[in-house]
Design a protein around this ligand. Structure first.
Ligand code: TNX
Length: 768
């Protein structure tokens, strides 16, 4: 641990009073999110009174305006401007500081902030905001009395220049008021970029004056899928749904974002995810056939054509978009564009012939480059999803690496700027807890801890390439979030962890950082609660792992805070958890957090299956992919099956595109009556089960046999496929069993992720 970190730990342990003379609010610690780079508590206090006075450098007018409103709206204080000598709060310019850096010095005499830019001054004020009581977030009808602040020195600056949050408003539409709310959350956590996903197959949400039907028609769908995409059969709600932002709305939001030092990056998806636009103007597609605005999720073959008229249409759209968004970046999508229509389209084929383009993938590159040069000519830069790397990257493009970090690495090494948003760590539409009552989500599993452990700069990247990693972003795809409450539930507290990664920096010891974050979290939760923001509470979660020690299986229950009590039920006994529980018979292990006799949070239950595989020595030819290896190979023979809703929990292991061989050996040969395992199948997330598995076995006498077994559909779960082999094994005792599991291969055309390698997810190898 560094000296700085030690000092910090010591300092946060010092309790400082933050009490209100009027209401005698209880003392609290200095807790800041994201954590500042340097914080030194001086041990004294400053009474910070009603109607404080301010002197600020005129360049910080915007930041101080925000603060004036904050004090007027919350505690009901007037912030009066005065002379440098008299002011309680002074904000001075220091040209030696970094662009977004600031210093905050609270002494017995007053507050002194220094910054180089308005952004730095604004972040200093966000820090001050978090030092003030959380109740200041509420409107006070009677102005609040003075508060006491700790004397301290903070020197702070962000680790990354790109600190982003995304929001998909196409799959579900969120009104302008909520977008502003969302922006205010970003500001509180010193995030500086809002990636606004404005168009997709399920709705076009930005008014374009030249093409009014884009919103008049393209912003509304006839109905929406109910439940999960994987449900069989799919059902729909029979409700017309939609909405859009007028250009006036957009201007208002952009101006509001600017007042919070947030740049807004609009995303206009092309050439794929374009069905809503094509429904409004069928002629911009390849076939000219009318199509409806999509009513379910997925990828669709109706993509923008490459004919001259469509290219002109897109440029016209972009012209209006560029005039509305003053920032440098325009996101043009570029992901998941099936080339089916391009292959049979005379216009696209003619374009290929004329321009000497060899394949449809290369045609996509041509398309992106054409759009890029148009955008560049207007003084702006494009960002695209990492698919834009395929077939050659547009010369000045910034890449958003989402399918993993590999695309980001390749782009950074080729000298392009990169923003890291891998599904494994940055997809806030994935589940965040494993209890069965968690609200329906797209799938996957991304607990808070994993977000906090993310390191935007991949290990081993050269220093030059590392400079191209601008930062990271949390993605909020809203297929399964129809209300703003669902959105806030999914982003809080994961966005807090993200802010710690991109502002405070990657964590050297993620486990320790997580435990510290949990201890600090209640202070922030209080602020969320006061603001009426729905959020997930990780302090009530249980983390249950099943682990082998000396051939015995143990259930280990961990609670976020060490003093929590857990009651468990297993083999018909109910007990208070005090140490790992040995599991000797198959059955259900249930656990529940308790406060006295009161159950807290949710009940967790796991079915444990004691089988012969547990006592084997198991090895795997290829390690699981680091993004999905939480349980380690232990997960394959620890008596516990993974969830049928969430691949990526501690029990599922993910392999990306590789064939896998798993060997199990027994010191004392055993008789086997059944071999069973399960594969996850979530095609929308590129997870495919293999079609067949080869089983090889060696008898005690050293004879070798093999057999190919078909993988079959599960009767109970559409997201699972089974491998079951029973009743056929010879009577001999077996000492070694090998399962050769081929990857499904390349994802077929027309499916989500087409052309990419499929993932294989498997949980337990049950040997009976
Ligand atoms: C993939 S991320 C998509 C989105 C989906 C998302 C769901 C990306 C570039 N494309 O269209 O909403 O997965 O997690």
């Amino acid at each position: 641990m560094s000296v700085k970190a030690l000092l910090f730990l010591f300092l946060v342990a010092v309790v400082v009073t933050g009490c209100d003379t009027q209401s005698n609010e209880i003392a609290s610690e200095v807790v800041l999110f994201p954590q500042p780079q340097e914080l030194l508590l001086k041990g004294g206090t400053l009474r910070f009174g009603k109607d404080p006075t301010l002197y600020a450098d005129p360049d910080f007018e915007q930041a101080t305006r925000w603060f004036r409103h904050y004090l007027a709206d919350g505690p009901g204080w007037k912030l009066k401007t005065t002379t440098e000598a008299e002011a309680n709060i002074r904000i001075d310019k220091d040209t030696t500081l970094g662009a977004e850096a600031y210093r905050l010095n609270i002494s017995e005499k007053g507050l002194h902030i220094t910054a180089r830019t308005n952004a730095g001054a604004f972040y200093a004020l966000q820090t001050l905001r978090q030092l003030l009581p959380a109740t200041f977030e509420m409107q006070h009808t009677v102005p609040r009395g003075a508060v006491t602040l700790p004397t301290l020195e903070i020197a702070d600056a962000p680790a990354f220049s790109y600190r982003g949050m995304h929001l998909d408003v196409s799959r579900h539409f969120f009104p302008k008021e909520f977008i502003k709310e969302y922006l205010s959350y970003l500001a509180l956590l010193k995030m500086n970029t809002f990636h606004w996903h404005l168009t997709d197959d399920q709705g076009w949400r930005i008014e374009i004056k030249k093409y009014p039907k884009l919103t008049a028609q393209g912003a509304f769908r006839e109905e929406t899928l109910v439940g999960h995409y994987n449900d069989v059969p799919r059902t729909y709600d029979d409700q017309r749904y939609g909405g859009f932002y007028t250009q006036e709305d957009i201007k208002e939001i952009v101006a509001y974002a600017q007042s919070l030092n947030i740049r807004v990056i609009p995303e206009i998806e092309m050439p794929g995810h374009a069905q809503a636009a094509i429904s409004a103007y069928p002629e911009v597609g390849c076939t000219g056939e009318p199509v409806p605005v999509a009513t379910e999720w997925g990828i669709f073959e109706n993509v923008f054509c490459t004919k001259p008229e469509t290219m002109q249409f897109l440029k016209d759209v972009l012209l209006e978009v560029m005039s509305l968004f003053p920032g440098t970046y325009i996101h043009i999508g570029g992901d998941e564009a099936p080339k089916t229509h391009w292959k049979s389209c005379a216009d696209c084929q003619f374009r290929m012939l004329k321009e000497g383009i060899a394949s449809e993938d290369a045609l996509q590159s041509w398309f992106i480059e054409e759009i890029e040069s148009f955008v560049n000519d207007h003084g702006k830069q494009i960002i695209g999803w990492d698919e834009i790397l395929e077939g050659g990257l547009a010369p000045n493009a910034t890449v958003m690496s989402w399918r993993g970090v590999e695309g980001g690495i390749a782009a950074a090494e080729a000298g392009h700027d990169v923003i890291m948003t891998p599904t494994s760590h940055m997809y806030f539409d994935y589940y965040q807890d494993s209890h069965p009552e968690e609200p329906l989500a797209i799938g996957g599993y991304l607990p808070l801890q994993k977000v906090l452990a993310f390191s935007p700069v991949p290990e081993g990247l050269s220093p030059e390439a590392s400079h191209h990693i601008l930062g990271a972003q949390g993605n909020v795809w809203t297929e399964y979030m129809s209300t703003s409450e669902q959105v806030t539930y999914m982003i809080f507290p994961r966005m807090i962890a993200l802010s710690e990664v991109v502002w405070s920096g990657s964590k050297n010891d993620p486990e320790k950082a997580y435990s510290e974050l949990l201890h600090r979290l209640p202070k922030f939760q209080q602020r969320l609660t006061i603001k009426g923001i729905t959020h997930y509470n990780p302090l009530q979660r249980l983390d249950i792992t099943f682990s082998l020690a000396r051939d015995t299986l143990f259930a280990i229950v961990e609670t976020p805070l060490s003093n929590a009590t857990v009651r468990y039920e297993y083999a018909e006994e109910v007990q208070t958890y005090s140490a790992p529980v040995p599991l000797t018979t198959s059955g259900t292990f249930r656990a529940q957090m308790m406060e006295g006799e009161q159950a807290v949070g949710h009940a967790y239950s796991t079915h444990v299956k004691i089988h012969q595989g547990i006592a084997s020595t198991l090895s795997v030819s290829t390690p699981p992919h680091p993004a999905y290896d939480e349980g380690g190979i232990n997960a394959l023979y620890n008596g516990v099956l993974g969830s049928s809703e969430r691949f990526g929990d501690g029990e599922w292991l993910g392999f990306w595109g590789e064939d896998i061989a798993i060997a199990m050996e027994w010191n004392t040969p055993i008789a086997i009556s059944k071999v069973e395992t399960r594969f996850f199948e979530a095609k929308g997330q590129w997870v495919y089960a293999p079609k067949q598995v080869l089983v090889e076995w060696t008898t005690a006498e050293g004879m070798k046999y093999s057999k190919t077994i078909e993988v079959t559909a599960s009767d109970t779960d559409t997201s699972l496929r089974n491998l079951t082999w029973n009743g056929e094994l010879p009577q001999q005792k077996i000492k070694k069993l090998v399962l050769r599991i081929p990857s499904y291969g390349t994802i077929p055309q027309g499916a989500q992720g087409a052309g990419n390698p499929a993932w294989t997810f498997l949980d337990e190898l049950v040997i009976e």
